[in-house]
Design a protein around this ligand. Structure first.
Ligand code: FMN
Length: 336
């Protein structure tokens, strides 16, 4: 399945420990149009690890992009090929993660300092697959000048034939800040991303970082080709029900959050039968209701009961009886 520019209008960010296959299946119930991403998977894990488990996903998740972490063009090309064979819609290279583990491997955000190597990686991946190859980066690291650093990286990606650049619109500080602080402390600079788009009208540019409503996303779409939402999409998944109507002019997949939750039941039954624990799935659903009578009781019931060994689908059904089936007005979903 080829992902065109339009389907990059809205995406849910790759998030380690969060956007696993259960989360992605659930998000897909809430929006047919958003492009969704896996957690970052390193080339070492794909090549030497339990590939079948790491790359497994449900066909219903499509369009879904695989994010790779690595810096060796040959290994990335091999992993891109493997990912494409598994059916991923797009292969994305992580040039934004600042964790110590990633720095030791000299990939992630450190690659902002090595645009030529990023270009080699993208060229090798492009040569290996027919699906789009994209890069997710920062505006710079440490004492880099974002005007120069982001331009150099963009030029390298473009030259190598990269299909889109997703820019987390803040620097990463590699020394002194934890990965979590690196998502909040360095200031956001949307202006830098807007200037990048103006300078590269032919390259798809997606803005990421600090987008907390669909109205805000729609505002940014006047300046860039796409918007990627991370923490807000995960913590407040009810917002995703507004994506198809508000950003794509299409009907939402379900009229109410409760209807979407009910549609998850067959998946839960299937997964439980395969040995998945209930909590592994329901932990992603806790934020689905907001401003709905019973939302807190729903959360509390799942938080205490779904973690128990042997918890079954009845626990999820019971939690659902605690919330009212209520439609969110579109304006509320978009702007609240
Ligand atoms: C728990 C968590 C895990 C993350 N893991 C990844 C990752 O694997 N790859 C990546 O490129 N970014 C990762 N990020 C960063 C997000 O993709 C995104 O760039 C960042 O959260 C800023 O967007 P937001 O303000 O909309 O959340 C992670 C963020 C969070 C909160």
């Amino acid at each position: 399945m080829i992902c065109n520019l339009d389907s990059r209008r809205f995406s849910v960010a790759p998030m380690m420990e969060w956007t696993d296959r259960h989360c992605r299946f659930f998000h897909r119930l809430l929006t047919r149009r958003a492009l969704i991403y896996t957690e970052m998977i390193t080339t070492g894990a794909v090549i030497h690890g339990d590939r079948g488990r790491l790359l497994a996903h449900d066909p219903a998740e499509h369009p879904v992009a695989l994010q790779l972490g690595g810096c060796d063009p040959k290994a990335l090309a091999e992993c891109a090929r493997i990912g494409a064979d598994f059916g991923y819609t797009e292969i994305n290279l992580n040039v934004g993660c600042p964790s110590d583990r990633v720095q030791e491997g000299r990939f992630g955000a450190c690659l902002m300092a090595e645009p030529a190597l990023v270009g080699d990686c993208v060229a090798a991946m492009k040569a290996a697959v027919a699906v789009p190859v994209t890069v997710k980066c920062r505006i710079g690291i440490d004492d880099q000048d974002p005007e120069q650093a982001l331009e150099a990286l963009t030029a390298a990606v473009k030259q190598a034939g990269g299909d889109a650049l997703i820019v987390h619109a803040r620097k990463a500080w590699l020394k002194g800040l934890s990965p979590r602080e690196n998502r909040d402390v360095p200031p956001l600079d949307y202006g830098r991303v807007h200037r990048l788009k103006a300078a590269h009208p032919g390259l798809a540019i997606v803005l990421n970082g600090g987008i907390t409503s669909l109205a805000m996303a729609a505002g940014q779409l006047e300046r860039v080709d796409g918007v990627m939402m991370g923490r807000t999409a995960y913590q407040e998944p009810w917002r995703l029900l507004g994506v198809d109507p508000f950003l794509f002019g299409e009907q939402e997949p379900f009229a109410t959050p409760k209807a979407a939750a009910e549609a998850l039941i067959p998946y839960i039954e299937r997964e439980l039968a395969r040995g998945t624990r209930l909590h592994s799935i329901t932990r992603h659903v806790l934020g689905l209701f907001r401003g709905v009578p019973g939302a807190r009781a729903f959360r509390r019931h799942l938080a205490t009961e779904a973690v128990k060994a042997g918890a079954g689908v009845a626990t999820f059904r019971d939690a659902l009886t605690l919330v009212v089936d209520m439609q969110y007005p579109l304006a509320h979903t978009a702007a609240a």
